[in-house]
Ligand binder design. Structure first.
Ligand code: ZN
Ligand code: FE
Length: 761
């Protein structure tokens, strides 16, 4: 008996060779009908044939899809009527728009087949920088709209001819319907220019750029999601120049290693790190430096680790072709507090004075996307930034939201998030929402994501802070589109994110970061919280001691002010401040002013921030007096502590549900000449971690809760996270941390959307 059925597949099924795969298995099982892409990024298959053949087709569809495909759902319905198809056809895409939430894939690193062709002199794409196929290449960053067809991508200005067209239309070819297919004749071209944009003719501009880098030049390189600034990783002169002109005194640069072996010569690589480094997402992975570090100390100053990535495009591989350098510095090209540069004209304008050369190509970037950054705790990856290679691939939840929600995030390291059904689509990294450029980027990226996911938004969520730019934007969008507005407390969003990521109904959460606007309007950041799925049950059970931040934001920038504010409560710090007066921009005058303000208690903001306590310890230990990049003092403190041991063995002082931090700061101060900074740094970590764990455990036991979560930017700190885990697990409680979303504020939009979608108000 002949069957007629229609199958709809949702998931990552467009742009990954899914239709050719369907074509092949339909042919193999003697089925007729068609396959086509739908406008919602799903795929529709119509089959006619014998029942047993249909069954074999269905099982192969489930068990053997193409490597990059991800099937979320398969829907099957039988269709009445006579047979109509004598053959199997791949149809052009449909414009039909159904609410679904399927999505195009993220950008993917070059595959092994393409890499082999790249190096084969007989291949027409030999040394062609934009060699790709259905299994690899850019996706998210080239797509302007759905369906994912060439016409809707930035490849549309390169008409397919000759061999490329043949391959594109040949169902058994690896490039069948590969929207990025191109060759040196018909595809994008790469070219090298001087700093003024004047083309420098060369047979192989990429290999030439590699040589220039090796010789000490700084080159801006256009990649998939934006520009990188590249430089030698061993020569001090270009690095010094880069640090001066980019105003990056000590913010670490990531490096690209020519291959895994090269990466292993500069850093230790454990099996989990290896898997991440070589995955087709190709993120930057923070690795522990080798004890004898062969690169310039200017690459990642005063840190025990550095960000390493492997090449992910043909262009990257070719940079290393003709030179012996094992690594290059590769940092994203973004002017301070602005998004990564993606357009050639903007690059020319904004990178003048920074770089010596440009390596351009003439394919536009539709949407920018920074590199992702991860580190590994134990055997698990921790996202510091979830962007290229991951975004916009959704996080699949175990439960479904009835409404579609958008979360706009907070202020720093921001992302936005669309929650649709059981899928949460977190945008690429947007950055710090401090100026028009990033605000515009946030708006554009969010509306693009809404379009791509075909979402009918009903609710918009944002932070509780009344003055965040994202709060204003959310209010504006809510009234413009008639969406419901839900404001979510910062740390509530962090903990809600953790709950839905792990399908938990009740939790005691430790949430530690730099700053979040509290329910009482004060500055929070070292919190023990309780949460269920009802927002009214959200409670603050405990916190770190409130400490004075002298001068508000100034204290964040100059952490010695935080230390001064805390120590001043107990001891005379005049002599100590005077000793260190040269670390204050206004020297002795500023010290006097500070002492005056402390005694009069003026110009002080109180905060329970955990980040600020670590900053204060860093200042007392003399590691960092001025913060030049986000989390610098705390990150340097962790690096120092990596080799340390607990010499203080100080019992955490807990009083009235408050972990006191003044005793810690006093000990650090009093013993600063007796013990080594690394041991004191480690001791400070354990004090904070043990204290937080004790307080959380006490609250969990009191309330009969089995789960203790850890979220917020401080959860990226390995020593603190490991120490809390040990304590929590020794009490037979579950320790819950983020696996798929960043613990820091990059995960905030997700948490806000979660509260909007799953929490009873
Ligand atoms: Zn490929
Ligand atoms: Fe936060």
């Amino acid at each position: 008996m002949k069957l007629r059925i229609k199958i709809t597949v949702t998931g990552i099924v467009q742009g990954v060779g899914f239709r050719p795969f369907i074509y092949r298995i339909a042919k193999k099982h003697q089925l007729s009908g068609y396959v086509r892409n739908r406008g919602d990024a799903g795929v529709e298959i119509f089959l006619e044939g014998k029942e047993k053949d249909v069954t074999s087709f269905q099982s192969e569809l489930k068990t053997n899809p193409p490597p990059l495909a991800q099937i979320y759902e398969i829907g099957t319905i039988s269709i009445e009527g006579k047979n109509q198809y004598s053959d199997f056809t791949i149809y052009k895409s449909s414009q039909q728009n159904n609410l679904s939430g399927s999505i195009i894939p993220p950008d993917i690193s070059i595959c092994n087949d393409c890499l082999t062709e790249l190096k084969d002199p007989k291949n027409p794409r030999y040394e062609y920088f934009f060699i790709t196929c259905t299994n690899c290449g850019p996706r998210f960053t080239i797509i302007k709209s759905l369906p994912y067809d060439r016409i809707n991508t930035t490849m549309n200005k390169f008409p397919l001819v000759g061999k490329c067209k043949e391959e594109y239309t040949d169902p058994i070819n690896r490039r069948f319907h590969a929207q990025t297919v191109a060759c040196p004749n018909c595809g994008p071209k790469v070219y090298l220019t001087s700093v003024n944009g004047k083309e420098i003719c060369h047979k192989n501009p990429i290999q030439e750029a590699g040589k220039l880098l090796s010789e000490g030049s700084i080159v801006a390189i256009k990649g998939y999601g934006g520009f990188h600034i590249a430089a030698s990783s061993i020569k001090p002169i270009p690095l010094e120049k880069l640090r001066t002109v980019k105003h990056r005194r000590s913010k670490p640069f990531a490096v690209m290693a020519r291959n895994l072996e090269a990466a292993k010569t500069i850093a230790d690589v454990n099996p989990t790190e290896l898997k991440l480094l070589t995955s087709n997402s190709r993120p930057i992975v923070l690795l522990n430096k080798k004890s004898i570090f062969p690169l310039s100390s200017l690459v990642a100053p005063d840190l025990h680790n550095l960000g390493v990535m492997l090449p992910y495009t043909a262009l990257h591989y070719m940079l290393f072709d003709k030179i012996s350098d094992q690594t290059f510095v590769m940092t994203s090209a973004n002017p301070p507090n602005q998004p990564i540069i993606k357009d050639n004209d903007v690059a020319l304008k904004k990178l003048k004075g920074i770089v010596d050369y440009f390596l351009f190509h003439d394919r536009e970037i539709a949407y920018r996307c920074d590199d992702s950054v991860l580190r590994v705790h134990g055997n698990y990856p921790v996202f510091l930034r979830r962007s290229r290679g991951y975004s916009p691939k959704p996080i699949i939840l175990n439960e479904k939201s009835i409404h579609s929600i958008v979360g706009l995030g907070g202020e720093l390291n921001n992302t936005s998030c669309i929650l649709n059904d059981n899928k949460a689509f977190i945008s690429q990294h947007i950055g710090d929402i401090e100026n028009t450029e990033t605000r515009t980027f946030l708006e554009e990226a969010t509306s693009h994501l809404i379009r791509l996911t075909n979402s009918k938004i009903e609710t918009i969520t944002c932070d509780l802070h009344p003055k965040f730019a994202t709060t204003f934007l959310a209010k504006k969008l809510a009234s413009k589109n008639d969406w419901k507005l839900v404001q979510v407390q910062h740390h509530h969003a962090h903990i809600a994110a953790l709950m839905l990521e792990h399908s938990i109904n009740e939790i005691v959460g430790i949430v530690c970061d730099g700053y979040g606007y509290g329910i009482d309007g004060e500055a929070w950041g070292g919190e023990i919280l309780f949460s269920t799925r009802e927002s009214k049950n959200f409670k603050r059970l405990g916190h770190l001691e409130k400490q004075p931040l002298l001068g508000g934001d100034l204290a964040t920038r100059f952490p010695i002010r935080i230390a001064a504010g805390i120590l001043h409560k107990k001891i005379d710090i005049e002599a100590w401040l005077s000793e260190n007066s040269n670390y204050f921009p206004h020297g002795k005058t500023e010290v006097e002013l500070i002492l005056n303000q402390l005694s009069k208690k003026t110009n002080i903001i109180n905060s329970t921030s955990c980040g600020r306590i670590l900053d204060a310890v860093a200042a007392i230990l003399g590691i960092c007096f001025e913060r030049s990049y986000e989390s610098e003092p705390a990150v340097k403190l962790e690096s120092l502590a990596a080799e340390g041991r607990d010499v203080l063995n100080q019992k955490p002082a807990i009083k009235d549900n408050t972990l006191l931090t003044t005793p810690l700061l006093l000990s650090i101060f009093n013993y600063r000449k007796q013990y080594s900074p690394k041991d004191l740094a480690y001791s400070a970590h354990t004090y904070v971690a043990k204290g937080l764990a004790e307080l959380a455990i006490e609250k969990a036991l009191e309330n009969g809760i089995k789960n203790i979560g850890f979220s917020g930017g401080v959860a990226c700190n390995k020593i603190i996270s490991d120490t809390i885990r040990k304590k929590v697990e020794s009490e037979d409680l579950n320790f819950i941390v983020h696996r798929q979303i960043p613990p820091g504020d990059g995960g905030l939009s997700f948490g806000q959307a979660i509260v909007g979608g799953f929490f009873k108000v």
